[in-house]
Design a protein around this ligand. Structure first.
Ligand code: GTP
Ligand code: MG
Length: 368
């Protein structure tokens, strides 16, 4: 981390267009969690209520000056904008606001960059970051984890930008080749395993997918288990475990990257191969954080993404997780109530999975 502490102290800015179908509060709370996961502190929140975003400066120009003053007062080093910024808006805002300005997509890309562990994960994140920079005319070297080097590297000269652009295109081509290679290797590995049914966990980030994987596989969260944490995008790389369903019946359970509302399209494109693991699944288990007040919005976001990935027609089980912490009155028809933490409902879930995947009779009879 090259940034000085002041640069990681941020002010969160959002436009509220007052859309009753999309209240701002859950989105801004989620954004602040992303900002923290990216390593910055939120010093203040500035929300502007207006009918539409300003095409030139996103917020009104008076508001932009107010933000500039707040930066001086709080000694903040970065502005984090919930709304997506167009290149022109960023440029105009940078004339008024004296610190780097980043939008939600950049924050999500940065969280992914911090979490990537596998070679494929790292390649995918870098590809997504470069594609985003390319389409937003942001110079190379602008990423949140190198804030000192200048996220929003305010206006490198034309020539520098040209050089950056050529460098970015060349690097994108290399990354694509390397990813293709990793993917071919994975496809070969996968076909070698292709006997047992595949069950994929899908769900909003932080819903408890990795905890459920560990619980069903009978490993603890701390030791050999998949990484569990109370933060968005703890998991980036697919993890597979063999799980027991019933006597003589096992399945391969896949845990993968969580979803979020408006997952940046460059990320979806870069993570297509990881998400393609879901294509292989015989059944999906949609894990919902039943304890979250935001659960309905989260369920809708997952449904939307499943449709975008064209896997919405796969057999699917709705699992209401964290039922130990959920309101007592919560009941959803057809859903299975579970707790990865206490083990509640896990037998019912195994049973539902076993029924849902309908193995051939030789497997299903329990080995008579
Ligand atoms: N109370 C309660 N907390 C849970 C339960 N399952 C998971 N959690 C907590 O929820 C948080 C997120 O759990 P993870 O398993 O990392 O969630 P995930 O869906 O894999 O999240 P990402 O990988 O970030 O998308 C952790 O703090 C868990 O301890 C549960 O059944 N009850
Ligand atoms: Mg996880």
């Amino acid at each position: 981390m090259h940034a000085s502490p002041a640069e990681l102290r941020g002010i969160v800015v959002a436009i509220d267009v007052g859309d009753p179908r999309r209240p701002l509060e859950p989105e801004i709370v989620e954004f602040e969690a992303l900002v923290r996961a990216a390593g910055a502190t939120v010093l203040a929140r500035i929300v502007q209520r207006r009918d539409a975003v300003d095409p030139a400066t996103l917020v009104g120009s008076g508001k932009a000056r107010e933000i500039a003053e707040a930066i001086v007062q709080c000694r903040a080093g970065i502005v984090l904008v919930l709304n997506d910024l167009r290149p022109r808006q960023r440029k105009n805002l940078e004339r008024i606001i004296p610190v780097p300005i980043v939008d939600r997509t950049m924050v999500i890309l940065d969280v992914f960059a911090r979490r990537a562990r596998s070679r494929e994960g790292k390649l995918q994140v870098e590809l997504a970051q470069l594609r985003y920079r390319q389409s937003n005319l942001i110079g190379a070297g602008a990423d949140l984890s190198r804030l000192g080097g200048g996220i929003g590297t305010r206006g490198p000269g034309e020539t520098k930008l040209e050089v950056d652009r050529r460098r970015i295109s060349a690097r994108i081509a290399t990354l694509r080749e390397q990813l293709d290679q990793v993917r071919r290797q994975r496809a070969t590995r996968r076909s070698a395993h292709r006997r047992e049914p595949v069950v994929a966990l899908v769900g909003y980030t932080n819903a408890g997918k990795s905890s459920l994987l560990n619980a069903l596989a009978g490993v603890s969260n701390t030791s050999k288990g998949a990484y569990v944490a109370d933060q968005p995008f703890a998991t980036l790389d697919p993890t597979v475990r063999r799980i027991y369903l019933a006597p003589e019946r096992h399945a391969r359970l896949v845990d993968t990257v969580g979803f979020i509302t408006d997952l940046p399209k460059d990320l979806v494109a870069a993570f297509r191969a990881t998400l393609e693991e879901l294509d292989e699944a015989d059944i999906l288990v949609h894990v919902v954080d039943a304890s979250s007040q935001d659960r309905e919005r989260q369920v809708r976001a997952v449904d939307t993404l499943l449709a975008e990935l064209r896997i919405e027609k796969k057999p699917r089980i709705l699992a209401l997780n964290k039922i130990d912490a959920a309101p007592a009155a919560l009941h959803v028809a057809g859903a299975i109530e579970i707790s990865a933490k206490t083990g509640t409902g896990l037998d019912a879930l195994r049973y539902a999975i076993a029924c849902g995947i309908q193995l051939p009779p030789s497997h299903a009879t329990g080995g008579i």
